[in-house]
Structures are given as structure tokens and as C-alpha cells.
Design a protein around this ligand. Structure first.
Ligand code: HEC
Length: 478
């Protein structure tokens, strides 16, 4: 039996050249690693596996999903509730995306910590950085395809940010949304990006990335006191893997296989136990109080956007991505030699810890907030109310914060800039105008009728009536 298989394989290989094509990749020597270090080398291939999983489950979902505003939501309900294995596939696609984002993050942190981006592997890092951005883009475009309240408002928020880009903001927004608002054309555009354009880019950059891994060889585990010197590194590495290395297959690859199977098991288990994301109601632009909460790996970005003080908003919204992007893409240019060992590069450990802490804190802030993205405004400072405010005014100030007014309106420099400033509301608007606006809402302002008790409305109005400019009003009252 074995003899027959061997002969069959020999014939197949002879006619197709399979071993010539893959043999080099399989037998090339890699550093002999063990223990935790060895397993950390399996992160990259796990990302690749997660991506392939996404392609497979994605194609399956695409056979039943209808990318039109009228049908998208219902087709997802159909997939989830009736289609064969539909619930499993949606769940797998969802947790597969999570797995991909998490694994890309870990893979990146690991290669950064051990300085694997240093000479001669700078291009590995650069193509990897592009793949990170493409992964984020895939996740984000995928969310809109769910075409429910959450998806709709997440894209709405994104569009608001994109619109702030100087010079080309409007054009860029129109490119993303395929128009001025989130509508059917937006869905088509996101669909095309999600299933054709971005995956095609991922394949291209993956091919490059993998070629580079083969070309330069897998980086050796760093050792303190063994700095990278571009003049001698290649010769040294060649000698090192020839002497101490092992063939990739099977000595190192078994860990990749086991790790990837572990990822598959986790994704399937979560898909079965937790299931696909719950389908909210179809998007309704008039329901402003939806929870525009993106998938969890974007929550921290939304929280960051919401917490920027209004005065710096434009600066931060533009500056932060540019600065982060520059750091990502300049890193291998400015630090491509020298020590690789993390214990000799404490700043590298600090950067990873800081990033984890920042993302973690923002995530917690985002999850706690009752309202995203404009939320979590701190209570108004007491001095805004002046000394000894009447109890009803003080109560109104608390409600103003609790009911989310502060998220959109600015008073005395505190609060959001989405709605008109209310610092001098008491001077500008009559009591009737205030009541009408609060109860009926307006363009971009939710109607609070039925969401406030008479007592609460009275307190809010009393508070706003007491707003009569900053210093001037306060001085007159004294
Ligand atoms: C989602 C953001 C948002 C929230 C939350 C919000 N508003 Fe507004 N508000 C707006 C916008 C936008 C306008 C302008 C509407 C228009 O001109 O049609 C507005 C207008 C107003 C006005 C009229 C201002 C003027 O100069 O004409 C008042 C008063 C007001 N809001 C009070 C409140 C109060 C009180 C609350 C909380 C109970 C609140 N708003 C919550 C966005 C918001």
C-alpha cells in the first residue's frame, strides 16, 4: 500500500514539479527554538490560517447574503435561522475576524519586542504594517454589512471623522460613503471593498510578506550582547542556521499546525457556544439613541474620539493617525541595527506596555459609557453654577449631564460641540422655546418627550434659564 502511494506520488511529482515548487520552502533551515519562544514563532502562521478561514467562511456567507438595503438584514436573519450551518458560519466568520485582529496584534507585538524588524527584515515589517491596516479595514467594512443600527451608526461616526481631513475631506467622505449619507450605495461600496478589493490587496501583500520571510530566513531568537550589524549579519545568520538550524518541515512546522488547529477549535467553539452577533433592528436614522457601538476591537478608538477635548479635536483626529502611522512605517528606517534583545531595549517593552494600557483603558471607558461616541462627559464643575444655586438649578445641572445633553452641547467650555452652545441659552431662548426644543428635538437633536418626567424637565429648563453668559451673567447675579 505504502509502496503504491509512493509510486503515485513520484509520478505526480514528476509531471507537476510540486516538490520543486514547495520543497525549498519546506526544507529551508530555521532556527531551532523550543518552549515559549518556539510557540511565539507560530503566531504569524496562525494569522495566515485565520485569514484563510475568513476567506472560506466569507465565500460561504456570500452565497446567501444580499447586499441591498431592502434585503441585507433579512438575508442575515435567513442565514442565521434557516440556512444550513448558517448560524455556525456567521459565528465562525465573526470570531474568525476577532481571532485575526488579536493574532495580528500579538504577532506584531512579538516581532517588535524581539527586534525582528531590524536588518535585513525591514521590508517584512513594512508589509506587515500594511497587512495590519488592511485587517482593520476588513473588520470595519464587514461590520456595515450587518446593516443594523450598530453598523449604521459606526459608519456614520467614521464618516464624520473622515470629513475633517483638510482639503479633501468632502471628496474622501463621498468616496467612503458613495454619496453624502449612509445609504444603499454605501452598502454596495462596503461590500465590494470587503469581498473583492481589500482581500485582493491582502493576498498581494501576504505573498510579498511570505516571500520575504523565505528570502531572509526566519529571524533567530535574540540574545543580549549580540547586536545586529548590517555589514556582517547575513554571513553570520547563514552560518548560524546552517550550523544550528533545523528544517522547517517538520521540525518547526508542527507547532504552526498545532497552534492553527487550536485557533480553529477556539473559533468553532465560540461560534457554537456564543453564536453570531445578535442582529439588532434594521437601521433607522431617526433613532438617535441607538448604541453606535462598534465591534469590541474598535471601541477604544471610538472612546478616544469621544474623549478628545473639543478644542483639540481636529488636531488629534488628524494628528494621531498620522503620528501612529509614521511611527509604524518609520520604525525600521530609524532603528534597524543594534541590540535586539528586549532586556537591552527597555523602551520597547515600555512601548508595548503603554499601548496595551492605553487600549485597555480606553476600551473600559468605551464599554462603561452609556452612549458612544459622544459620551462620558464629566459632570459640570460647581463653579459654573455660582455660589449657592437654587436646588432645582443644581438638580438640572446633574440631569443635563446624566441625560446626555452635555455630550452634544457646550456650556462654559465643557461638553461636546455637536449641538449649539448653550452657555447663554437663558438669554437667547425663552422658557417655551427651551421646553419645545427639549421635548420635540430637532435636526440632530433627539426628542426627549416621554423620556423625562415633568419634574426633570422643570429642573433642566430652570438650569438652562440660569445660563446667562459666563462672567457677565455671573457678575450681574452677584
Ligand atoms: C445627539 C446630540 C444632542 C443631544 C444628546 C442633545 N442635543 Fe440639544 N441639540 C442638538 C442639536 C444638533 C441641536 C440643533 C437642532 C436644530 O437646530 O434643529 C440642538 C438644539 C438644542 C437647543 C436649542 C439651541 C438653540 O440655540 O436653538 C436646546 C435648548 C437644546 N438642544 C437642549 C438640549 C438638552 C436640554 C438636552 C438634554 C436633555 C439636549 N439638548 C440633548 C443636539 C443634541
Amino acid at each position: 500500500m505504502m509502496g503504491l502511494l509512493k509510486r503515485l506520488w513520484a509520478v505526480f511529482d514528476d509531471r507537476t514539479g510540486t516538490s520543486k515548487l514547495f520543497g525549498g520552502a519546506l526544507s529551508h533551515p530555521v532556527p531551532n527554538t523550543t518552549g515559549w519562544v518556539g510557540w511565539s514563532y507560530a503566531l504569524g502562521s496562525a494569522v495566515l490560517f485565520a485569514f484563510i478561514l475568513q476567506v472560506v467562511t466569507g465565500i460561504a456567507l456570500a452565497t446567501a447574503y444580499i447586499p441591498s438595503t431592502a434585503n441585507a438584514f433579512d438575508s442575515l436573519v435567513f442565514i442565521t435561522e434557516q440556512a444550513t450551518a448558517g448560524r455556525l458560519l456567521r459565528g465562525m466568520h465573526n470570531f474568525g475576524a476577532t481571532a485575526m485582529v488579536v493574532l495580528v496584534g500579538l504577532h506584531m507585538a512579538q516581532t517588535f519586542l524581539v527586534g525582528a524588524y531590524k536588518y535585513p527584515r525591514e521590508a517584512n515589517w513594512l508589509t506587515g504594517s500594511v497587512l495590519l491596516l488592511l485587517t482593520m479595514a476588513l473588520s470595519f467594512t464587514g461590520q456595515l454589512l450587518r446593516w443594523d443600527q450598530i453598523a449604521y451608526w459606526s459608519v456614520f461616526v467614521l464618516a464624520q471623522q473622515v470629513a475633517r481631513t483638510p482639503l479633501i475631506g468632502t471628496e474622501l467622505t463621498q468616496l467612503v460613503l458613495a454619496g453624502n449619507t449612509v445609504n444603499g450605495a454605501t452598502l454596495s461600496r462596503f461590500y465590494a471593498f470587503h469581498v473583492f478589493f481589500i482581500p485582493a490587496l491582502v493576498f498581494a501583500f501576504l505573498a510579498l510578506h511570505l516571500w520575504l520571510v523565505l528570502h531572509h530566513g526566519v529571524s533567530e531568537p535574540p540574545e543580549a550582547g549580540r547586536p545586529v550589524d548590517p555589514k556582517t549579519y547575513r554571513a553570520w545568520y547563514h552560518n548560524f542556521v546552517e550550523r544550528t538550524g533545523v528544517p522547517f518541515w517538520p521540525d518547526a512546522a508542527w507547532r504552526d499546525v498545532v497552534f492553527s488547529l487550536g485557533v480553529l477549535a477556539a473559533v468553532v467553539a465560540l461560534a457554537v457556544i456564543v453564536g453570531p452577533p445578535h442582529l439588532e433592528q434594521p437601521p433607522d436614522p431617526t433613532i438617535l439613541e441607538a448604541y453606535p457601538r462598534p465591534d469590541w476591537y474598535f471601541v477604544w478608538i471610538f472612546a478616544a474620539l469621544a474623549l478628545i477635548p473639543p478644542a483639540f479635536e481636529d488636531l488629534v483626529i488628524l494628528g494621531a493617525p498620522l503620528a501612529l502611522g509614521a511611527l509604524l512605517f518609520l520604525l525600521p528606517f530609524v532603528a534597524n541595527k543594534g541590540e535586539r534583545a528586549p532586556q537591552r531595549r527597555p523602551w520597547a517593552i515600555a512601548v508595548v506596555l503603554l499601548a496595551v494600557m492605553m487600549i485597555g483603558t480606553l476600551y473600559v471607558a468605551g464599554e462603561r459609557a452609556p452612549w458612544s461616541p459622544e459620551f462620558a462627559a464629566p459632570p459640570l464643575p460647581a463653579q459654573l453654577l455660582g455660589p449657592d444655586p437654587p436646588p432645582v438649578v443644581a438638580r438640572g445641572a446633574v440631569l443635563y449631564n446624566q441625560k446626555g445633553c452635555e455630550a452634544c452641547h457646550n456650556i462654559g467650555g465643557y461638553g461636546g460641540a455637536y449641538g449649539p452652545e448653550l452657555t447663554e441659552a437663558g438669554e437667547r431662548l425663552t422658557r417655551e422655546q427651551l421646553i419645545i426644543r427639549i421635548l420635540n428635538g430637532g435636526e440632530g437633536m433627539p426628542a426627549y418627550a416621554g423620556k423625562l418626567t415633568a419634574e426633570e424637565l422643570e429642573a433642566l429648563v430652570a438650569f438652562l434659564e440660569s445660563r446667562e453668559g459666563t462672567e457677565v451673567g455671573a457678575r450681574e447675579r452677584r
